[in-house]
Design a protein around this ligand. Structure first.
Ligand code: KIV
Ligand code: ZN
Length: 522
């Protein structure tokens, strides 16, 4: 990096804004695993959650603050005293702690949601930032719905926040409404009018498919922090995609004269982990991390790439960690080799998780000759946090054929109880899901179902992602959960995926019953 190249900080909000995607409900263990991977990727800031939302959220942020080293760990808080004190309690143990506080500044939000006048909002921003500064020296302040706010009011609020001690000022395009040039002009205006010694940050949503374009437009006029989520996940159309921003900055650094601190070779693995744990599949044509992002179909392109890669490739797949899977274990590998492979991949599992993952590895080794790092990641991510699960799949048998009604029988464990159930279905996958449904007693319908393969080859692990929605009633809202399962047998992968969604639905219900306070923020 030359002396004229500035660093753009990567602020990852996968675990806060990203986790607000419908159907995602990560447990504490899964959140810690994602945060550890984000640290390996080298993000600068991890927004670990919204601590006031629930006790579970508070505990997850606390765990990340205690365990994950390297990045700054932040928790989100409205400008209210209770929120801020709770965020301080959550990030207190972090090596580098930040409180991120916000209030909405657009007319529609102030009048309809907050029912506050502009001067009340200004005062609340001032006292919120002051209170946050009484806990930590690193405070970020955001004007929610900034891009639909009056520009001069924004200047006033940001100036007040800076005077009260905010060290980062963030301009969210909360509803994904802005055009890139418009966003850049607004940011340039507030930066020059506020004229404070702070880091300016961009936070953009993808409702018009412009989140990355808007964020990069902000960087061009001086933003030095970009707020992103892995695979672009998030409420509605999602957040600005981490991988796209990092690779756009890297690939076009000569034009932008900026760089990030990210180790781009960890991008593919981070994307896979988040996809596995959230159950959100990555579309094949997704930039940077989609299965086809580096595939060349047209003959002319294939020929060109064979002669000289750069004819049709602007990035090297090696740079994003897509240089193929490595064989790490074989049929005869034992517990020791398995443990070493996990340690090399940076997984830090508890004894129960290791035991379950080892059993899955042994099953896989009976069916697949060479086990790669990507296979291991897939089975380990399925087992992470599994001790929190209500039901565990012990076995599945399915049968079908031209003249046979497809049937499936599952054996599940719930605490010390063993449950056997069978079902007939339209196909073996349908029968397997039906058997899990009967065994768990859940009333739900399958909203989407997707099968792909983890690696290539006839013995590749099949990877099922699905969305399950409860039926709902007058007393119970409709709940949605994603599920994911991997196995060399797609019927088993489907049963695993279905069961993981069922477990998430039970966890969601338990959490709601424990009193979820979240109002949901952009
Ligand atoms: O989109 C948004 O406005 C947010 C803020 C809370 C930063 O996520
Ligand atoms: Zn947001």
């Amino acid at each position: 990096m030359d002396s004229e190249t500035d660093v753009v900080r990567i602020f990852d909000t996968t675990l806060r804004d990203g986790e607000q995607s419908p159907g995602i409900s990560l447990n504490l263990r899964e959140k810690v695993e994602i945060a550890e991977q984000l640290a390996r990727l080298g993000v600068d800031v991890i927004e670990a959650g919204f601590p006031i939302a629930s006790t579970g959220e508070l505990e997850a942020v606390q765990a990340i603050a205690r365990i994950v080293t390297g990045p700054v760990i932040t928790g989100l808080a409205r400008v209210e005293p209770g929120d801020i004190d709770r965020a301080a309690e959550a990030v207190g143990r972090a090596g580098r702690a930040r409180i991120h506080t916000f209030i909405a500044t657009s007319d529609v939000h102030m009048q309809s949601k907050l029912r506050m006048s502009p001067s009340e909002v200004l005062e609340a921003a001032r006292s919120g930032v002051r209170r946050a500064r009484s806990h930590v020296s690193d405070v970020e302040f955001s004007c929610e719905d900034a891009t639909r706010s009056d520009a001069d009011f924004l200047v006033e609020v940001f100036r007040t926040a800076a005077q009260a001690g905010a060290t980062t000022l963030n301009l969210p395009d909360t509803v994904g409404y802005c055009m890139p040039q418009e966003y850049a002009e607004l940011l340039r205006y507030v930066m020059s009018e506020v004229d404070a010694e702070v880091i300016w940050s961009v936070h953009t949503h993808d409702d018009l498919g412009l989140a990355v374009a808007n964020a990069l437009a902000g960087v061009e006029v001086g933003a030095r922090q970009v707020e992103v989520a892995v695979n672009g996940i998030g409420e509605r159309a999602g957040n600005c995609s981490l991988e796209e921003v990092i690779m756009a900055i890297r690939t076009r650094s000569a034009r932008q004269r900026v760089a990030t601190n990210a180790n781009t070779k960890e991008i593919a693995r981070t994307s896979r982990l988040v996809s596995m744990l959230t159950g959100y599949a990555v579309p094949p044509n997704k930039a940077i991390v989609g299965a086809n992002a580096f595939a060349h179909e047209a003959g002319i392109h294939q020929h060109g790439v064979m002669v000289e890669r750069t004819t049709y490739e602007i990035m090297d797949p090696v740079d994003v960690g897509l240089d193929g899977s490595r064989i790490v274990l074989g049929k005869h590998s034992g517990r020791h080799a398995f443990g070493n492979a996990l340690a090399e991949l940076g997984f830090n599992l508890g004894p129960e998780e290791v035991a379950k993952a080892f059993a899955r590895f042994k099953e896989l080794a009976d069916r697949k000759i060479r086990i790669t790092d990507v296979d291991l990641e897939a089975i380990v991510s399925e087992e992470i946090g599994s001790e929190a699960d209500e039901y565990e799949l012990l076995s599945i048998q399915a049968a079908g054929g031209t003249h046979l009604a497809p049937t499936a029988t599952v054996r599940l464990r719930r605490a010390n109880e063993i449950i056997d159930e069978s079902a007939i279905g339209d196909g073996m996958i349908d029968a397997a899901c039906g058997a899990v449904q009967r065994a768990t007693g859940i009333e739900a319908r399958l909203e989407s179902f997707n099968v792909s393969s983890v690696t290539s080859g006839i013995d590749a692990l099949g990877d099922v992602t699905l969305v399950l929605a409860t039926v709902g009633s007058e007393d119970e809202p409709v709940r949605r959960a994603t599920g994911r399962g991997v196995s060399t047998d797609v019927v088993e992968a489907a049963a695993r995926g279905y069961l993981s969604a069922v477990n998430r639905l039970f966890a969601l219900r338990a959490r709601e019953e424990a009193g979820r306070l979240s109002e949901g923020v952009g």
